[in-house]
Structure formats: C-alpha cells, structure tokens
Design a protein. Structure first.
Length: 364
C-alpha cells in the first residue's frame, strides 16, 4: 500500500470511555472514510477499535487544482480541505449528484450547515452532505456495520431485553430509520408499530408504547409531526416515554419545559431518556447502530450514548437528557420485587406461665 500519514485528530473523554481518532492523509489530501478510532476504558484497556485504514492509490492529488470557491471550516469538521473520494469506500455522509465512477479529489466546503463538494480540477459542484436519509433499508444496515446480523445469527448474545408488553412506536418521514429502530427493538423483545407522521397522536398517547423514534424536520419545541404542547396533551394520561430518539434538527438545543424532550419525559429525569440531534444535521446510521447494540449488550442508556460518541467521535450531532443509569426498563412501572415467604420452621415456639417453667414434649 502506498504510504500515507495517520494524522492525530482528537482525544476526547466520553463518560468512562476515552476516544482517540486518527485520520489518513496523503500529500496533504484527507482520505474519505479512512481512519482509525480506538476506544479505551478508565484504566487504558482497549474496548474497541474501528480500523478503516485501506489501500490508497499512488496518486491522490491532481497536478492541476483550482482554489476552493469559498472559505470553509476546520478539517476536523470535515470541511474546507481537499478530500479524496473513492466510489468503493464511500462514507454515509455524502451524496453525489451523479454516481461517482472513479476516485477523485474534491474540496468540501460548509455553507449554512451544508457541506458542498467541488471537483478539485474543474471547480464544478458535484455533491453535498446527505439530507435526512432516504437510503433503502439494506444500505442503512450496511452502514450499521452489519451489527443487526450478528444478533440475528446468534453471533452475539442478546443481554438487554425489554419487559413483556412494552412496545416500540415509530414515525418516519421516510421508511428507513424508524423501521430500523423497530428491528432493533424487535431483537430486544418489543413488538412495534410504524405509522406515518399523521399517526403521531395514536402512538404517543398509547401507554403500552415505551420506546419511540421519530425522523422528520423540526426544532426544539416542535416538528412536522407534533408540537411540545400536543405531546403534553397526548401524554396527559400516560407515563413518561421510557426512551425517545428524536431525529429532528436542533431538537436538543434546549430541554426545558417548552421543549419536546421535556414533553416526552413529562419533566422527569429518572426512568426516562431522550436522545436527539443538537444541531442542524443529519442522523448517523453507524452512531445509532452502536447505541442500540450497546444497550442490547446490557449497558445503560448513558454508557451506550458515551460509547457511540467515543467510537465515532466525528459524529457530534447528538445530545442526551434523562436517566443515565437506566437500562431498558423505566422506573415507576416495574412490578415490585416479590418478597419470598419465610422458610418453614423446624422447631416449635413455646411460652410458659409462670415464666421459666419446664415443658415436656412427647414425640408421636
């Protein structure tokens, strides 16, 4: 493989996990989807390594390069630098207006929260960052690293299980993400229902639906499917949602009493979790897949969130609010533990009057 340089990008702490990200750069060109992410625990033991270092052509930098059309942000954010794209190793983050047939170098420039891709030799705009995902299910599963298949085929044990009767509800603006959420919760034991956005009230008001996922345009206090006031009204006669994944732009930019996060939690911080986008950005198949797989592995929602962030530290779109110590069961609705009856005594208790008098027992 032609030599490339692994450039240290970041070392970040996410709860009990430390994330180290290194990216491949050759001749000053950043290689798309070519990185190494290492996750360690508090004492330095390696928990997970995502190694996507791959073959790189001898030449990645064109002889003739036009200047970038506009100034971009820092390279860590994936913008404002020269990148090399290979159609055989594309990441999930970009879409090309015409299918990419050959590898090429391009400028990636961010304008108003959208990454624009310009051919480095011609300056022609050839692609952009993906809008809310519309990929078919099989593509979405591939981006999740085939984690789903590992559980389906018995290659990984299913530790996290939902309680009987707890259901999943999904609302998609397309038929990808909440369907995948339904598959994940199906593996964890929850039956599920996915409806169009017009079915929001029916799903949200149903107290048997404990897990919820919605993908549509929105903000912190409202979305295409509902407003915070509507969610509060629909949930008036039910308990807080145990888990709500809200894939709306900026939905977690604040979480006070006027927010959707607050409405789904009914203001509680125990026995309920909301996770959602904190910026005008798109969801990540890989990040959400890691979140769900960690919960299946028995981790709390808080630790699963940290693990997903540590594994893919360049995904900075998500925020957490609620009970970090909660697993798949919310508080306040779980049947209390059954106290076993005391063991039968193998002796007889006797009292005497006057106190201390002798008692004779005859054995039959």
């Amino acid at each position: 493989m032609p030599e490339s340089e692994k450039v240290f990008v970041s070392r970040k702490q996410f709860g009990k996990y430390t994330s180290t990200l290194e990216w491949c750069v050759k001749d000053g060109v950043w290689i798309d989807n070519c990185f190494k992410s290492t996750v360690t625990d508090r004492i330095g033991n390696i928990v997970e390594v995502i190694d996507r270092i791959r073959p790189i052509p001898q030449r990645v930098r064109p002889d003739s390069i036009v200047p970038p059309p506009i100034d971009g942000e820092s390279p860590i954010a994936g913008t404002g630098k020269l990148w090399f794209f290979d159609p055989n190793y594309l990441s999930e983050g970009y879409i090309f207006f015409e299918p990419l047939k050959t590898a090429m170098a391009a400028w990636v420039i961010r304008v108003d929260e959208v990454d624009h891709i310009y051919d480095a030799e011609t300056g022609k705009r050839i692609g952009r960052s993906k809008p809310p995902p519309t990929a078919p299910e099989d593509a979405a599963e591939r981006f999740m690293g085939n984690e789903l298949d590992k559980y389906r085929k018995g290659l990984k044990p299913i530790i996290g299980k939902t309680p009987a009767g707890a259901k999943f509800g999904g609302l998609p603006s397309n038929n990808v993400f909440p369907i995948l959420g339904k598959k994940w919760f199906g593996i964890m034991g929850a039956s599920g229902i996915v409806k169009s956005l017009s079915g929001a009230k029916e799903i949200i008001s149903d107290n048997s639906i404990k897990y919820f996922h919605c993908l549509c345009h929105g903000a912190a206090s409202a979305s295409e499917a509902y407003t915070g006031s509507e969610v509060k009204e629909w949930m008036a006669n039910r308990s807080p949602m145990w888990f709500a994944l809200l894939d709306h732009c900026n939905v977690m930019s604040y979480t006070d009493e006027y927010s959707l996060s607050y409405a789904f939690r009914k203001g509680a911080m125990k026995g309920t979790v909301t996770i959602g986008l904190v910026s005008p950005n798109k969801p990540s198949y890989e990040w959400e897949g890691k979140l769900f797989s960690c919960v299946i592995d028995g981790e709390t929602w808080g630790d699963a969130f940290d693990r997903a962030c540590a594994t893919f530290p360049f995904v900075t779109s998500y925020a957490f609010c609620g009970d970090r110590d909660m697993k798949l069961v919310g508080s306040g609705e779980v049947a209390p533990p059954v106290t076993p009856p005391p063991p039968e005594k193998s002796y007889i208790e006797c009292t005497t009057s006057p106190k201390g008098a002798s008692i004779w027992l005859k054995k039959y």
